[in-house]
Design a protein around this ligand. Structure first.
Ligand code: SAM
Length: 209
């Protein structure tokens, strides 16, 4: 598996775990400058832990959709370049602002990811990656709406939660629909279920068509 530069494997409590270098954000264990990146609390962490080829690299420019209180996006900003973090709920966004306070490459945006025109004046286009974890209905549409920010060879690295689309449907059917909608705009490079870290989530890596 290739990890982005700036993401390492390190021993915590006798176990080999992912880590990035930065100040702690969510009470995670630290070892010197390194802090554990907990794949059970992070879909992107789970994708890396499962060996998915995300295409992410150290110094990448990133748009992160669904930043919540900053758990995962803070790790991204530890290894990436400019990292724009979109979150529309004001309560988690307050913690996100705290996480950004000592991360000069992390730019929080309290915006709705379904309205990219409201942040298009701030977020540069030609980005290396859009990372998405919004866990809301219409997840594939959020991806296609934000495709405009990606470079031609950029990557969409997204986690889709089946129950956010339909609590009663078979997750496989939900994921088929999500992939069909994505395929209109993206070439799908890799998919993987994120079990056992996150039940009924599909990790997807794609690039614009
Ligand atoms: N990615 C986060 C992490 O790993 O630290 C967890 C994200 S949580 C599963 C999903 C988040 O997406 C919630 O904080 C929710 O408020 C946010 N969200 C849902 N729909 C959104 C939208 N349309 N625009 C912006 N944020 C949205």
């Amino acid at each position: 598996m290739s990890l982005p530069d700036g993401v390492v494997r390190r021993e915590f409590d006798g176990e080999d775990r992912l880590a990035t270098r930065g100040t702690p954000v969510y009470g995670e264990p630290t070892d010197g400058e390194w802090r554990l990146w907990d794949a059970r609390r992070s879909k992107l962490g789970a994708m890396l832990e499962l060996g998915m080829d995300t295409g992410l690299a150290g110094g990448d420019s990133v748009l992160y959709l669904g930043a919540a209180s900053g758990t995962t996006v803070s790790h991204v900003a530890d290894f990436a370049g400019p990292t724009y973090a979109v979150e529309f709920a004001s309560r988690p966004a307050r913690d996100l602002l705290d996480a950004a306070a000592d991360r000069e490459r992390l730019f929080p945006l309290v915006k709705d990811a379904r309205k990219p025109e409201t942040y298009a004046h701030v977020v540069e286009s030609g980005l290396d990656a859009v990372v998405q974890d919004v866990a809301t209905s219409g997840q594939a549409r959020v991806s296609t709406l934000n495709r405009r920010f990606l470079a031609e060879d950029g990557r969409l690295v997204a986690a889709y939660k089946a129950r956010s689309e339909d609590v009663t449907a078979d997750p496989d059917d939900v994921f088929d629909d999500v992939l069909a909608e994505l395929e209109a705009e993206f070439e799908i490079l890799e998919t993987e279920r994120l079990d056992p870290f996150h039940d009924d989530h599909l990790g997807v890596v794609a690039t614009p068509k």
